[in-house]
Design a protein around this ligand. Structure first.
Ligand SMILES: [Zn+2]
Length: 194
């Protein structure tokens, strides 16, 4: 009987001990859990804050707009005195010529240069009586008027280089004419001069 009581007591003690140990384990586990949780929570909070900051940064980034593209660099100004759209200045053979004729011929040659890329020059302009007389003597018959009868002597005619019927079809636009088409296509004068 005593032995049985003792045995029961011992079993009870063992159970109690087991219970205490279990409680201690549970308690310590809870303690550890409680100690760890704030850190986890803190880490999570830090992560959330970081995510919010990142999101804010991405929202603050200005979106590229099509109409605010950077202005293109201004092109450097190239100073080129030779205008590619103009022939070289007319300098030769203008002496003694009617200024009005020279002006019209200059406009004509600019037009021809722009249309055909050909530069026209004055081969023969004003001639004195003596010069006309010499031409009349030296050139084949019919190639030059007798002295005193040429519009070159009055500064009203130009014989030009690189002449052609194709060029002459535009003479009228500039108040000019070629009075001897097919014969002297190089010889031009003002339209109103006979
Ligand atoms: Zn002529």
């Amino acid at each position: 009987m005593i032995k049985r009581l003792y045995k029961a007591e011992r079993e009870l003690f063992t159970h109690c001990l087991t219970f205490v140990v279990l409680m201690a384990m549970i308690g310590s586990a809870g303690y550890v859990d409680a100690r760890l949780r704030p850190k986890e929570a803190q880490a999570n909070l830090v992560q959330v804050v970081n995510n919010q900051v990142d999101q804010k940064k991405s929202e603050e980034k200005p979106e590229p707009k099509a109409d605010t593209a950077p202005a293109p660099e201004p092109e450097p100004i190239v100073v080129d005195e030779a205008d590619p759209n103009l022939p070289p200045p007319l300098t030769e053979g203008t002496q003694g010529l009617s200024p009005e004729l020279v002006q019209r011929f200059d406009a004509f040659r600019t037009f021809i240069f722009q249309k055909y890329g050909v530069v026209l020059e004055i081969r023969s302009g004003y001639r004195s009586y003596e010069e006309q007389a010499m031409l009349y003597r030296t050139l084949p018959a019919g190639r030059a008027n007798p002295p005193g009868q040429s519009n070159h002597e009055t500064g009203e005619s130009i014989d030009y280089t690189n002449y052609s019927a194709a060029h002459n079809q535009h003479l009228e636009l500039f108040g000019l004419k070629a009075p001897f088409p097919g014969k002297e296509d190089w010889h031009i004068q003002r339209a109103e001069v006979g």
